[in-house]
Design a protein around this ligand. Structure first.
Ligand code: FBP
Length: 552
């Protein structure tokens, strides 16, 4: 394989572990803390997880550990969308396993959770793993979005584990994958399979976080990568002074990525879906809001700017949300009729005929391209694929229409040239920042410590992350502690509570206090590329969001 100079240099980067995990393994003990409950719906979660509900928090501390060192065969799975640092979770886990006992084995299931049920795997060796250390991507074993949730899948998983003598599975995934990890842990325990399950919190979206999981891995690198690009665009906009850039940013539901990028780059406008939903803003109110920045800047002679738009926006605008729900119902009830129509134009006509008057009034103001995207293929769970809806074009076309009206009324006299961007895939496999390299390696290493301590149904938890790695704390959190019951596809399901942007949280408040100035003046900041070598004050800093969240 050919390697770039950075790739070669990163192979020899030594990720930083929390101080406690640097000790010899027989000098680390698992200390039990408080018994836990669940985020909500305790009786229901307890009934669904009779064997794993209520377990105690775990923290690793210095102490004499005389427990017998057993041979371990551990399986690992990467699940869901890529996030920078996944390779380091695997290498941290591998190194810890080998440090405990060179006879230990790590088996990687290929292509996501289906690798476990289909028994597709590889066995890690030093040579193989060394090619992936401190690099981005999930190509070490591949990833997939198959959900492990049926009894047949669990039985198959148990058979495969038995075949390989696997005593623990580590699932590296987001909220859904870790929910499934909890269900699998419960199944294995209820059936005395002798297989522990540990989760690791992954997703660039940043929506798997709570008091115990301060940040999901990948969020730091992805937002730094997007912020670099946004900063470059801001500088271009400020140089050429002729374009308004509409930039959509990944993040299926929550707006954490957009908010962090706004804190990093101070754009003219950043829409936050959670706020739009709370204020029940309509599309035309959103257009008015963005247009007011365009108008005020034009009055100062600045016909350029930058607008950030979270990927999930459309599902948070109440009128569009109802429209999407209605389209889903129509597709469910009249799917055959709809699929038999060949041309997209005729499909739109069909939709126009079937929508209620209220939804039709929203659907008809959408640009044709967006109308098409709204009725395009659903994902396997019947959801609109938000990453395919060009909301950056939707917002800019609504703003353009509003500006035309204002021009007619003599209230606007500027020029409006829009350009569109979508940043998502650009950041998901970037070389992990030092923070993500260290954090992910620690999560993987710590996952093994939890296995050794006999835990199952736990998430690997590394905390105190706004401090240097030496001050990080290591432990484990029962997954059921993070669960509640939510209605999903017509059924009540136990799920890890998704963390949306908190409008009374410090990061949003800071943004809200400053955005009116950013909307009119040019206050851009340019984060530049991620730095891997150099002063810690430049290379090891994590997100502004985390810094604000952990500030006094
Ligand atoms: P995860 O929640 O699995 O980490 O993935 C999130 C995400 O990166 C979203 O930001 C985006 O909407 C989605 O994946 C895209 O999915 P796909 O990789 O299937 O195109």
């Amino acid at each position: 394989m050919n390697h770039s100079p950075l790739q070669t240099a990163r192979y020899s980067y030594e990720p930083k572990l929390p101080m406690i995990l640097r000790s010899a393994m027989n000098e680390i003990i698992a200390v039990e803390g408080q018994a836990t409950t669940s985020a909500a719906d305790q009786d229901k979660i307890k009934a669904l997880f009779p064997n794993t509900f209520g377990q105690k928090e775990i923290s690793f501390q210095k102490g004499e550990n005389n427990a017998e060192v057993k041979k371990n065969v551990v399986g690992v799975i990467l699940s869901g969308g890529q996030a920078p640092g996944g390779h380091n979770v695997v290498s941290g886990l591998y190194d810890a396993l080998k440090k405990a006992n060179p006879e230990n084995q790590l088996i990687g299931f290929l292509g996501g959770p289906s690798g476990l049920t289909d028994d597709k795997y590889l066995t890690f060796t030093d040579e193989y793993i060394n090619e992936f250390r401190n690099t981005g991507g999930f190509d070490i074993i591949g990833s997939g979005r198959t959900k492990l949730e049926t009894k047949e899948q669990f039985q198959k998983a148990a058979e495969v584990c038995k075949k390989h003598n696997i005593n623990a599975i580590v699932i590296i995934g987001g909220d859904d994958s870790n929910t499934n990890a909890a269900v699998l842990a419960e199944y294995f325990k209820a059936n005395n399979c002798g297989v522990q399950v540990i989760g690791c919190p992954k997703t660039i979206d940043g929506d798997l976080k709570n008091d115990d999981i301060e940040i999901s891995f990948g969020f730091d690198t992805a937002t730094k990568t997007f912020a670099e690009l946004i900063g470059n665009i801001e500088r271009d906009a400020n140089s050429a002074k002729k374009y308004w850039h509409f930039i959509k940013l990944m993040g299926r539901s929550a707006s954490h990525i957009a908010l962090e990028c706004a804190l990093e780059t101070q754009p003219n406008v950043c829409l936050i879906s959670e706020e739009i939903e709370k204020n029940a803003m309509s599309l035309s109110q959103i257009a008015d809001y963005v247009a007011s920045s365009v108008v005020k800047r034009a009055e100062k002679g600045m016909n350029f700017g930058v607008v950030l738009i979270p990927e999930g926006l459309v599902e948070f605008v109440p009128e569009v949300k109802s429209l999407i729900a209605e389209i889903n119902d129509i597709l469910a009830a009249k799917g055959d009729e709809f699929n038999a129509i060949e041309s997209i134009k005729d499909k739109i006509v069909f939709m126009n005929k079937n929508l209620s008057a209220e939804s039709l009034s929203v659907y008809s103001i959408l640009p044709e391209g967006i109308q098409e995207q709204m009725i395009a293929d659903r994902d396997p769970h019947g959801n609109v694929q938000v990453s395919k809806i060009e909301s950056e074009k939707l917002v800019s076309s609504l703003v353009e229409a509003r500006l035309k009206e204002l021009k007619k009324e003599g209230k606007y006299d500027g020029k409006f040239n829009a350009l569109h961007h979508f940043f998502g895939y650009e950041g998901r496999c970037a070389f992990p920042s030092n923070f993500d390299s260290d954090y992910c390696y620690s999560l993987g290493y710590n996952a093994f410590m939890l296995i050794q301590a006999g835990c199952t149904g736990y998430l690997s938890s590394i905390r105190n992350l706004s401090k240097p790695a030496t001050e990080w704390k290591a432990g484990g959190m029962p997954i059921t502690k993070m669960m509640n019951i939510e209605r999903r596809h017509g059924e009540d399901k136990p799920v890890i509570k998704k963390a949306l942007v908190e409008l009374d949280g410090k990061p949003f408040k800071y943004f809200a206090e400053n955005r009116d100035v950013w909307a009119v003046d040019t206050c851009y900041t340019f984060p530049g590329a991620i730095q891997y070598y150099g002063p810690e004050s430049v290379c090891d800093l994590t997100t502004v969001t985390l810094k604000l969240e952990q500030s006094n």
